[in-house]
Design a protein around this ligand. Structure first.
Ligand code: OOG
Ligand code: NI
Length: 489
């Protein structure tokens, strides 16, 4: 190896690998589930209309860099069966710069899984491509029937969800610290195989039925060759408009949008989906007469609208208001007039960005405005000036930090509406984050701490710009301006 071509210079960035992978996933899913393509078109139309009708939103998203990522923004979801599968997925996603963020216990909602989201963590990586994969691990211990539990574990132990080449390329990326462009392409191609749909089940019809009766999700995880991607979700800027447009395009939309109600200042995440498709599958005893083929419902389409990330205080308020609405009767989001009651109860959640900020309910990214920058350069702003005052004077702007994660109650609603069948299971609810992290082989990031860091960094940059400007460097020294520009990011 010559000194002039260090191996790292030949590597493509993890952002680039993630972008190639998310594009490949999107193309594959479009082929597998044509309605997903229709959904992408609908969302593109709604987004274009929304941006046209709201130039302020367009300007803000252009400034934050989010406008550029909007068209490629997706999340997907998969479900795996064993600790080893989860741990290897962590390594696979790490090659693409995706790390486990958050812990979601869905057993509370009658779904026998717990989950995390693999996603980029750094602000710059999120801007490059925020592709996320909501990843659930089946909790076999929640299957009541011991014999069935053993059978499920045995079936899972026999499968290998990764290709040999994918495993080799993971080793290589870890060993060398990256992949060159050709290897990255091979990696994307091989990784894709893990998420492909297989209509051939790995079990006979009787086993499928038994597992299905235990919980439909158990059959979905256990009976197939791998963790087929079960949906891919584009980001819409107006979920109500997109929801309204679904039936005209032949999509069987879920009745209500999960998450907070429509608001002037969107918070967290609102989601809706079209119901899962019934797909023909073949069991291993297909050729032996009898019940050789069946149907499986797992794969669907979903859309989401993202709002500002909430602080712990804001999140606690959100959770308590949502619990209030849902406890009004037992029907949850299926109750009549759920939307009206949601709107009603959420009037208690402040709905201007100034209030959200001043009451410490949501996270913002602070920066000097053009006017602020000019005044700072002229050392006209004291470095300890109050941020809210600077905002009021138009010298600093506070932009909402987008929520990049998921919501357990919403996720449960999405799971439920797409499992087919009406039955509600009850499980002893208990979060088991440590057990999950042990399976994963790593700790998950605390998502709220990530937003807090991001906000703090932006505040520090503003302070740094003000302090730099007040350091009594003659105003005509260009280095100072360069430092300011750098501090501005
Ligand atoms: C995951 C459902 C959760 C979301 O957007 O909240 C989810 C699944 O069905 O596997 O994707
Ligand atoms: Ni989803």
């Amino acid at each position: 190896m010559s000194a002039s071509s260090s191996p790292s210079s030949r590597f493509v960035s993890s952002n680039e690998i993630r972008t190639r992978f998310s594009r490949a996933m999107s193309e594959m899913y479009r082929q597998e589930v044509p309605q997903y393509g229709a959904l992408i078109e609908l969302v593109a139309e709604v987004n274009a209309q929304t941006l046209k009708a709201d130039p302020q939103l367009a300007a803000r998203m252009a400034h934050s860099g989010e406008l550029e990522r909007l068209d490629v923004e997706r999340h997907g979801a998969i479900r795996v069966g064993t600790a080893e599968e989860l741990a290897t997925l962590r390594r696979l996603f790490a090659v693409m710069g995706m790390e486990p963020v958050g812990y979601y216990d869905l057993s509370v909602a009658g779904v026998p899984v717990h989950s995390t989201a693999f996603r980029p963590v750094a602000d710059s990586a999120l801007l490059a491509n925020p592709f996320r994969v909501f990843t659930s691990l089946l909790r076999l211990e929640l299957i009541a029937d011991a014999a069935l539990r053993t059978q499920a574990a045995a079936i899972l132990a026999r499968r290998q969800i990764f290709t040999t080449r994918a495993l080799e390329l993971m080793d290589q990326a870890e060993r060398d610290g990256g992949l060159n462009s050709a290897d990255a392409d091979a990696f994307v191609r091989e990784a894709l195989e893990t998420f492909r749909w297989h209509s051939d089940a790995t079990v006979d019809a009787a086993s499928y039925d038994a597992l299905q009766k235990s919980h439909r999700l158990v059959a979905d995880v256990v009976c197939f060759k791998g963790p087929h991607i079960n949906h891919l979700t584009p980001r819409t800027l107006d979920i109500d408009a997109a929801q309204a447009g679904m039936p005209a395009r032949g999509m069987d939309a879920k009745d209500v949008v999960e998450g907070p109600p429509r608001r002037a200042c969107p918070i967290l995440l609102r989601q809706t989906s079209f119901k899962a498709l019934k797909e023909a599958i073949r069991f291993t005893d297909a050729d032996h007469g009898g019940t050789g083929s069946g149907a499986h419902t797992a794969r669907f389409g979903e859309i989401e609208q993202r709002g500002v990330a909430l602080t712990r205080k804001g999140r606690a308020l959100y959770d308590s208001l949502l619990a209030q609405v849902r406890s009004m009767d037992n029907a949850g989001s299926a109750a009549p007039d759920y939307v009206g009651r949601l709107q009603q109860v959420f009037t208690q959640f402040p709905d201007t960005h100034a209030q959200l900020r001043q009451q410490g309910l949501a996270f913002y990214r602070y920066s000097l405005t053009a006017q602020g920058l000019a005044q700072a350069q002229a050392s006209k702003i004291p470095s300890d000036a109050d941020l809210e005052n600077l905002i009021a004077q138009g010298l600093v702007q506070a932009e909402p930090i987008t929520y990049e994660d998921f919501l357990p109650v919403s996720a449960a609603g999405i799971f439920q509406s797409n499992l087919g069948g009406e039955e509600q299971k009850q499980y002893q609810a208990h979060a088991a984050q440590q057990v999950f992290e042990q399976a994963l082989g790593a700790q998950v990031h605390d998502e709220i701490a990530l937003y807090a860091d991001s906000q703090q960094q932006s505040m520090d940059q503003v302070r740094k710009a003000l302090t730099g400007a007040n350091a009594h460097v003659p105003a005509d020294v260009p280095a100072d301006a360069a430092a300011l520009a750098e501090a501005q990011g």
